[in-house]
Design a protein around this ligand. Structure first.
Ligand code: HSE
Length: 456
């Protein structure tokens, strides 16, 4: 049963028409749902002025009714069954912040079929099923807004689709997972262990319900796939996106990278090539002077290189409750502003109209060329140091820069670290196989890519 107050209006708004309240149904009252409810209530008057009409939360769907009622307050109808919400005639916009790709997908498609606009923070859903969802939305003439899905507080979707619309976007390189960056920072700055840092990130509401999505690079890959889709007007097949997380990163490599003048960050890279695009996520060395190297804690940073504007950089909170709500509510304001505009005049979901979307092949990770960082652990055998350069040379591995780094506590961890010139990953693997064959069992303790970013 939905009550009469569904027809009521925000009382603290002025200069806006009561007759055209945008009525919002919220699916999920966890970290992001809570922030959304708070921001909508706290800034109701300001939001109404900006949207030209009040935006009112009228219904929420959540598993735990009493907890949800506490989150959204007494004026909002709370239901357990999200199907009631997506089909309810007095809900104009569905905000999906429940996450997941099973039920969430069915609910979003049903909301679209019912002619409702959708605002979602669900990067997994859009990275994996975006083509289907955007096509359904276009066919039904509704908006699917997703600013909160990528780098939460940073308006990067708007920047790429609107602010940089005049440009050919050459590359988008970002730190787009707040949890991973938080863990790396805690490990690097405070010597905290991986498990303790992840526990803290979870307590602070940064991590996904399944935190392996954060630590294995999958969440960042979802976001990078979306960035590539917008930047290049592309249909990005998520199953071809390379994702490697921070779980395999030894903190000692962060120290060794610093000795060479680099920091290690989990990067999402989307780059336009001649015949293919690169879309990949992995830890990489970033020159310590680069803006991306300065992004610490749960913050995100995104570097966009373009032909006309040149490089631009975006920085802001990468996870959290109200930080994500900021984007959800901005999308609601956009929906309020855009819903009367006909489909062909709206901002396209992926920056170009659906008829112009291209299906770019994604370059296999082994073919992507970059400089590489190799770390050889001495294992207490410092005598090996004099032989290593010769062995590498015999295996065809060129050394561009190298340094010997002494471990403060454990001499067996003393390492010789090397930067190679740019070469494809598969080529390096072949050369390392030769090295292993020539010098019994010699292989690097760690291999990471260097991401060379033009600072000019
Ligand atoms: N778990 C995500 C992150 C939340 O840490 O970036 C924001 O998308």
């Amino acid at each position: 049963m939905v009550h009469d107050f569904l027809f009521s209006v925000a009382s603290d708004t002025s200069g806006v028409s009561d007759a055209c309240v945008l009525r919002v149904g919220l699916i999920g009252t966890g970290v992001v749902g809570t922030g959304t409810s708070l921001v909508l209530a706290r800034n109701a008057a300001l939001i109404a002025q900006r949207a030209g009409r009040p935006i009112k939360l009228v219904m929420a769907a959540a598993r735990n009714l009493s907890k949800a009622a506490q989150v959204v307050g007494p004026d909002v109808v709370v239901v357990k069954d999200p199907w009631i919400l997506v089909r309810h005639p007095e809900v104009d916009v569905v905000v999906e912040v429940m996450g997941g790709v099973g039920l969430a997908k069915d609910l979003v498609l049903e909301a679209i079929a019912q002619g409702k606009h959708v605002v979602t923070a669900n990067k997994a859903l859009l990275a994996e099923y975006g083509s289907e969802i955007f096509a359904a939305a276009d066919a039904r003439g509704v908006i699917v807004a997703y600013e909160a899905a990528v780098a939460v507080s940073i308006p990067i979707v708007k920047a790429l689709r609107e602010g940089l619309a005049a440009n050919r976007i050459q590359e988008v390189v970002g730190i787009v997972n707040g949890t991973s960056n938080f863990i790396l920072t805690k490990m690097e700055e405070e010597g905290m262990g991986f498990v303790a840092a992840l526990r803290l990130a979870t307590e602070l509401g940064y991590a996904e319900a399944d935190p392996s999505l954060d630590t294995k690079g999958i969440d960042a890959a979802h976001k990078t796939a979306l960035l590539a889709a917008i930047a290049f007007g592309a249909d990005v097949h998520f199953d071809q996106v390379h994702a490697q997380g921070i779980h395999a990163l030894d903190p000692w490599d962060m120290v060794c990278a610093r000795a060479l003048g680099y920091r290690i960050k989990l990067l999402g890279v989307a780059r336009q090539g001649d015949d293919a695009i690169e879309v990949r996520v992995h830890p990489a060395l970033v020159p310590e002077k680069h803006w991306l190297a300065q992004v610490q804690g749960s913050m995100n940073g995104i570097w966009v290189n373009t032909d006309a504007a040149g490089p631009t950089f975006y920085f802001g909170a990468g996870a959290g409750s109200q930080t994500t709500a900021s984007a959800v509510v901005a999308d609601l304001i956009d929906v309020a502003r855009q819903r009367a505009i006909n489909l062909s005049s709206r901002v396209p979901h992926r920056s170009v109209s659906s008829g112009s979307i291209r299906s770019w092949p994604i370059m296999p990770i082994g073919q992507v060329a970059s400089r590489h960082y190799l770390r050889f652990a001495m294992g207490g055998r410092l005598d090996l140091l004099s032989c290593l350069p010769r062995w590498l040379q015999k295996s065809g591995i060129k050394v561009q820069q190298s340094v010997f780094v002494q471990h403060p506590q454990d001499a067996t961890q003393d390492s010789w670290v090397v930067l190679t010139p740019s070469l494809a990953g598969d080529v390096l693997v072949d050369k390392l196989t030769v090295l292993k064959r020539k010098v019994k069992d010699l292989e690097p303790a760690a291999v990471w890519r260097v991401e060379d970013l033009n600072l000019s």
